[in-house]
Each structure stands twice: as C-alpha cells, then as structure tokens.
Design a protein around this ligand. Structure first.
Ligand code: GLP
Length: 242
C-alpha cells in the first residue's frame, strides 16, 4: 500500500483527482469505480475543472458506482444517481449510457444484484476504484460482518450508518433502511484502489482498518490484503497511522 499525505481536504482531493486523471489519460476507456458520500465531492469538482480545461477526456470512460439506496427514484435528491448526475456527470463529457448505478426501484432485488454483477463482468472489472470509508469501516454499503466473497447484494443498513447518513436527509426517519451495494469481492478485484479519507473523525477507523486484524467486522480491513491500494489522506485522518 502507498500512503499519500495531504495537508488538508482540498489538497487530498487534488492529489486523488490527479491519480484518477492519470488513469484516464493513460487509458481513456478506463472503467472507474465511483463512490458517494461527502469525501469525494472535491475530487469530482477537481476532475470537472480539468475536464473543462480539456486536460482529461471522459468520452470513452465507463463508471460503475458502488451503491444505491433502495426505494429512491433517480430524481430524488438523496439518491446516489442524483448525487452522481449533479456532482459529477453533468459537468464532464462522459456519456450518460456509460454510467452505471444499481437501480433502487428494481422490482426484483435478486435480479437487480445479478444484473449489476453482470455489468461489472461485461466491463471486464474495474480499472480504478475510488473508495471512501464509513465511520464503522464500511466500504460501499458493505456493513460490518459482511462476508468478503459476496457479490452485489441488498443490505439492511446499520443504525450507525443510518445515523451518519441522516445529515443528508430532513430527518433520520427519512433515511432508507436498505441499499444495494457492490460486494467486497468486486472491490478488491479492482486493478487499482484509491482510498480517500479526510478529517480527525476518520482517524480511529483508519487505524483499525489498516493496522488492526483483517476481519469482516471492519470491512475496510480487507484492503490490507490488496497490494494495489493507494491511500490518500489528509493530516487529520492519517494522524493515528504511523
Ligand atoms: C456512505 C457511502 C460510502 C461512503 C461513506 C462515507 O455510506 N455508501 O460509500 O464511503 O458514506 O461517507 P463520507 O465520505 O461522507 O464520510
């Protein structure tokens, strides 16, 4: 694993964006695995800026997102489809048909999971996965206790995740209780993984993830087994990692 130390959030975003940018410059038809949450917002802003300057071209790029809430329409402002469209896709020259997220409205959950895994396979896997870490160590929506070998599945969100994500909703009661997530198997099979972390609030879980035991109880700890991980963190988040 390579650790890249950034001064602060903005620096972390620029450094992570440069890595993604280099990936797309080197391989314009890259398959990027993308994440949501607050951490990647500045990364997407930076990539959009470089796209506007024509420093990076996404016209041949495919994206596959990690997860989506069950039951939210694509135009619901809390859905991850809405987040991606309005924080990234509409600002860059990516083709909408090359952007994939699970369908939160799918009638049959099992079929939807199989469809998503088939998309990942058809794209020949993920070239570079951008990954945030949840407060409880979740990656995507793979909550503590999730078997590493699972494919895309529908999860019942933990109270800790519902409470952490309630900041984006009017109230905690509005947070969906279920979500689709890409499995850990597909995440660790990505050819490169770029983990982004910012803020003192993530320092403890980052330490557990990268220096504690590798266990499904801390889903991000599986990244210790991957040789292709680049951890980009700011000083505050990396403060407990020696
Ligand atoms: C959500 C997403 C995760 C993300 C996590 C951390 O639960 N499903 O993919 O990594 O939040 O979010 P934040 O970056 O806001 O801390």
């Amino acid at each position: 694993m390579r650790v890249i130390r950034a001064k602060d959030y903005n620096d972390m975003c620029r450094k992570a964006a440069s890595i993604l940018c280099a990936q797309v410059v080197l391989k314009p038809n890259s398959v990027l695995g993308l994440a949501t949450g607050s951490t990647p917002l500045g990364v997407y802003r930076q990539l959009a800026e470089w796209n506007a300057l024509e420093d990076v071209d996404f016209s041949e790029t495919t994206t596959i997102n990690l997860d989506e809430y069950v039951g939210l329409t694509p135009d619901d402002t809390q859905s991850y489809r809405y987040y991606m469209d309005n924080n990234f896709f509409r600002y860059v020259n990516i083709l909408p048909e090359n952007t994939y997220l699970p369908n939160g409205l799918a009638a049959d959950k099992t079929e939807e999971c199989a469809r998503y895994d088939a998309i990942i396979r058809a794209c020949n896997g993920i070239d570079m996965q951008l990954l945030g870490i949840g407060n409880n160590g979740h990656i995507g929506f793979n909550e503590p206790g999730t078997a590493f070998e699972k494919g895309t599945h529908c999860v019942s969100l933990t109270e800790s995740t519902i409470s952490a994500n309630s900041r984006f909703f009017d109230s905690e009661a509005d947070v969906p209780r279920f979500a689709y997530t890409m499995g850990i198997r597909a995440i660790v099979q990505a050819r490169h993984i770029v983990v982004i972390v910012s803020g003192a609030g993530k320092a403890e879980i980052l330490k557990d993830s990268f220096t504690g035991p590798v266990t499904p109880q801390v889903p991000a700890s599986v990244l210790q087994l991957c040789s292709n991980v680049i951890l980009v963190g700011d000083e505050a988040a990396l403060s407990l990692l020696v």
